[in-house]
Ligand binder design. Structure first.
Ligand SMILES: C[C@](O)(C(=O)O)[C@H](CC(=O)O)C(=O)O
Length: 318
């Protein structure tokens, strides 16, 4: 019987980045990532058994800061969010948005090493200007190709530097280009090929608008693995993970899978509360009390940890 990672002594287990690399090496495997943006959405996804997570930058801007995806999150905002999400389950690889890298090559290098130290398994870096916008909005502005490639080179160098100092450290670098919108398919594919030749591991053609592009891109970038960004309501034809896998995509992110529901469901709850001015207590809440909610965040595991460590704060139960 095959030994699972969990059965191995911790020294022999793979890091999250190594798990992601192993999955990428297995050609038949599709890496499906629900977009999450905070502790509770990450917990809900982990509780559903998702094997990979994607930390959306748009979601991070909206949920941590209440801001639109217009390049207002700083490196520190993103690292803090990614680090707390990655810490919830170290065996589940977290792919995180790193926008433009937040500055020149030196800042890109700081970003890469901060993501690595935070335990992020993969990050994507793009070629928009620092005053960027969501890849599915109009009139995106790009940096020149040499600036973009210096971002990728800096990322690869920074990864190498930290991996040398701290063996076992790694991060999968995903090169994203937003150039399709203004420069066209051939230029965008050529930018990605150059990024891959510099040491990026995965290619991400942002904002594809036709099935023809979706059908060609994996072949045109082979053998590099390609990521597909399935933004709900975005410009790319709507594909399921299975349809995308059949076109050859290896990583498929669904950034808005928890964003639409928060607007709809929480928005509706607030509307109802404004009218009724009382709690809408569900059957589940009546039965479990507040513990039901805390159990989403593994209340009992934390109580048990405290007990095993000799803590006595919760001996009488909670
Ligand atoms: C992938 C993305 O960078 C994100 O922040 O999740 C966004 C998605 C979005 O705005 O919904 C993007 O630029 O595509």
């Amino acid at each position: 019987m095959a030994v699972t990672q969990e059965q191995l002594p911790h020294q022999q287990r793979l890091s999250a980045a190594a798990r992601l690399r192993a999955a990428l090496a297995e050609k038949s495997k599709t890496i499906i990532c629900p977009g999450i943006y905070d502790g509770i959405t990450a917990r809900l996804a982990l509780n559903e058994g998702f094997e990979y997570l994607y930390m959306t930058g748009a979601g991070t801007a909206a949920t941590r800061l209440g801001l639109p995806d217009l390049g207002m999150t700083t490196m520190n905002d993103m690292v803090a969010n990614a680090g707390s999400i990655a810490s919830l389950d170290r065996s589940v690889p977290l792919i995180a948005d790193a926008d433009t890298g937040y500055g020149g090559p030196l800042m890109v290098a700081r970003t890469v090493q901060a993501y690595m130290t935070a335990g992020v398994a993969a990050m994507h870096l793009e070629d928009q200007v620092v005053t960027k916008r969501c890849g599915h909005l109009a009139n995106k502005e790009l940096v020149d190709e040499d600036v973009y490639l210096s971002r990728i080179r800096a990322a690869v160098m920074a990864r190498e530097e930290l991996a040398t100092a701290w063996p076992g450290m790694d991060i999968v670098i995903i090169a994203r280009t937003d150039s399709l919108q203004s420069l066209g398919y051939d230029v965008a594919v050529s930018r990605l090929k150059k990024a891959i030749s510099l040491g990026a591991d995965v290619a991400f053609l942002e904002g594809m608008t036709s099935m023809e592009q979706c059908r060609s891109v994996c072949t045109d970038l082979a053998p590099a693995p390609v990521l597909l960004n399935m933004v709900a309501g975005g410009v790319t034809p709507d594909l399921s993970a299975d349809e995308a896998a059949s076109l050859g995509f290896r990583i498929i992110i669904f950034p808005a899978v928890c964003l639409g529901p928060v607007v709809n469901v929480v928005g509706q709850a607030l509307k109802t509360f404004k009218t009724t001015r009382r709690n809408d207590v569900s059957e589940f809440q009546k039965q479990t009390g507040v513990k039901g909610f805390f159990n989403v965040c593994r209340l009992n595991e934390y109580l048990e940890f405290d007990r095993q460590a000799g803590g006595n704060a919760f001996n009488g139960g909670v």
